[in-house]
Design a protein around this ligand. Structure first.
Ligand code: SF4
Length: 337
């Protein structure tokens, strides 16, 4: 793994992101990001788009649906999919399993981990019953979804197959958590992160660069790095705030209107890489930093701490030589975040 993730750089284009090769996926069951089996576009980290992974809708929408930079589920009601309907989807996935063995199921939609411990265990039982080749179950979650789950329960969920869960942390800076209406504060983040760490369940999370807007400074970078150092996620994804028009929801994020009114000034492109460099300077968790995302004009993959200095040098090169205007145009062209 260390060799594979020596500092790798990719220069942005959505189609260059691993797992987003639309031609390759054209013949596969989950080929379309908008699939009639789902009430909203499939939502997952790009690395989940593998031949042996299937998406299973167990919830709809987002239980919070309030972050100011987000459009994802704005027109979709949060709800739990009835178990008989989940079983119906599973019968379809069981057919896929006969063509390409299904090793992993990634639950939909925004934060399926909001379901209770008992509900998640019931789903685990169902998927194992239908999919004999299944190894793990993944899901997005909000850190607040840990409120009703104990460390013991997280261990049991891990034993039942839940692994490599993904939490969109975005920041551990209270000013920004409040400004963006994330629905939790840093104290809750530390409490939830400590549970994940103690349970031993592998988990990934994100930091969103540019979240504080132009001139905010490095508090966001430093506080978020300190949080990750304390709770040790095994993957940290770097994304960059992009207030793009969402063709599925047919809207822009609420924050876009604040920009139009002059109430929020977006961070510059080089400024975002300066923030990223500050974040990496303070990041000491043993983790994989991965910023190959559709919102990144230049993406990186590097193991921390082994490749930290190389990564800082690569980011510095972008800061020194990057084309602000070109990268801004790239951001304006982003249609999927
Ligand atoms: S960013 Fe995530 S938690 Fe926030 S509203 Fe969007 S989907 Fe929900």
């Amino acid at each position: 793994m260390a060799e594979r993730y020596a500092v790798a750089v990719h220069e942005g284009k959505v189609d260059a992101v691993p797992g987003k090769d639309k031609n390759k996926r054209a013949a596969l069951p989950n080929a379309s990001k908008y699939n009639p089996r789902f009430v909203s576009p499939i939502n997952s980290p790009s690395w989940e788009w593998r031949d042996n992974t299937q998406f299973l809708q167990v919830t709809t929408g987002c239980s919070h649906n309030g972050c100011r930079y987000c459009t994802f589920f704005k027109n979709v009601q949060y709800g739990k999919v009835p178990l008989d309907e989940v079983e119906f989807y599973l019968r379809y996935i069981a057919l896929c399993d006969k063509v390409i063995p299904v090793k992993r199921v990634f639950l939909q939609a925004s934060n399926a981990f909001h379901l209770s411990y008992d509900e998640l265990m019931e789903i685990a039982e169902l998927v194992h019953k239908r999919l004999p080749n299944l190894e793990t179950i993944g899901s997005y979650g909000r850190m607040s979804d840990l409120r009703d789950k104990s460390v013991e329960q997280l261990r049991s969920l891990h034993d039942a197959g839940y692994s490599q869960l993904f939490f969109g942390v975005e920041s551990a800076d209270d000013n920004l958590l409040s400004l963006m209406n994330k629905g939790y504060d840093s104290a809750e983040l530390y409490e939830a992160g400590a549970k994940l760490k103690e349970s031993g369940i592998p988990w990934a999370c994100t930091i969103m660069f540019g979240l504080g807007g132009h001139g905010y400074g490095f508090d966001h970078a430093v506080k978020t790095a300190e949080f990750f150092n304390a709770v040790q996620p095994n993957i940290v994804g770097g994304v960059s705030m992009t207030l793009a028009y969402d063709p599925y929801m047919k809207m822009v994020p609420p924050l876009f209107h604040a920009v139009e009114r002059g109430e929020f000034v977006e961070a510059g492109e080089i400024e975002r890489f300066e923030e990223m460099r500050e974040f990496i300077r303070h990041l000491d968790a043993e983790t994989l930093f991965l910023s190959r995302h559709s919102t990144m004009p230049v993406g990186f993959a590097a193991l921390i701490p082994e490749k930290k200095e190389e990564l800082i040098a690569a980011i510095t090169k972008v800061i020194d030589e990057g084309d602000e205007e070109g990268m801004r145009k790239f951001r304006e062209s982003v249609t999927e975040v």
